[in-house]
Design a protein around this ligand. Structure first.
Ligand code: GDP
Ligand code: MG
Length: 175
């Protein structure tokens, strides 16, 4: 049932991809051109009402450190959804390598922890279309191959960063 749901959400991905910006857009409806770097992990809470139901999100915004590995269990433990964020304007090797590592530990988390954990891939900064380096097609294919939902987002213009898209993820995961 969806009456009063708690949903832990974790955002993972390379530094600069826009994880904090997406969280702040979602929680506060704001965007900062010079978002401060996250140190360690930041925690946010936000309650969303849909009809007669509420979803209380507990959101973990991580720093994008390479040492995800050792911290992995604390991130995915009890998570309803994990969103891997990348920057569509970046071909930085680190971004791809990190994504593989994250996917690896999330799969382990699904296996040993929560088999219903929803995993999504979010290509952020879609407002910078003229600087795009990663096509939606290649990302969608990658997502399909790895069992991830796929979306393109912009923390700046709020494309796909709304209650509805996140609630949809959680509802899917609740079924
Ligand atoms: P994080 O390290 O993944 O948390 O990334 P941040 O949220 O700190 O964002 C890194 C930089 O990218 C900041 O200067 C943000 O203002 C910028 N940024 C984040 N999201 C977007 C977006 O959707 N569009 C544009 N144009 N810039 C963004
Ligand atoms: Mg950050």
């Amino acid at each position: 049932g969806l009456n009063n749901l708690n949903a832990k959400l974790v955002l993972l991905g390379d530094m600069g991809a826009g994880k904090s910006s997406l969280v702040i857009r979602f929680v506060k409806g704001q965007f900062l051109e010079f978002q401060e770097s996250t140190i360690g992990a930041a925690f946010f809470s936000s309650t969303v009402s849909v009809n007669n139901s509420t979803v209380k999100f507990e959101i973990w915004d991580t720093a994008g450190q390479e040492r995800y590995h050792s911290l992995a269990p604390m991130y995915y433990r009890g998570a309803a959804a994990a969103i891997i964020v990348y920057d569509i304007t970046s071909t930085n090797n680190n971004q791809m390598g990190l994504m593989k590592a994250i996917l690896g530990f999330l799969l382990v988390g699904q296996y040993i922890g929560n088999p219903n954990m929803v995993m999504a891939l979010a290509g952020n900064k879609v407002d910078l279309e003229d600087k795009r380096k990663v096509t939606a097609e290649e990302a969608r294919l990658y997502a399909e191959e790895n069992g991830l939902f796929f979306m393109e987002t912009s923390a700046k213009t709020a494309v796909n960063v709304n209650d509805v898209s996140l609630v949809a993820i959680i509802v899917l995961c609740d079924n």
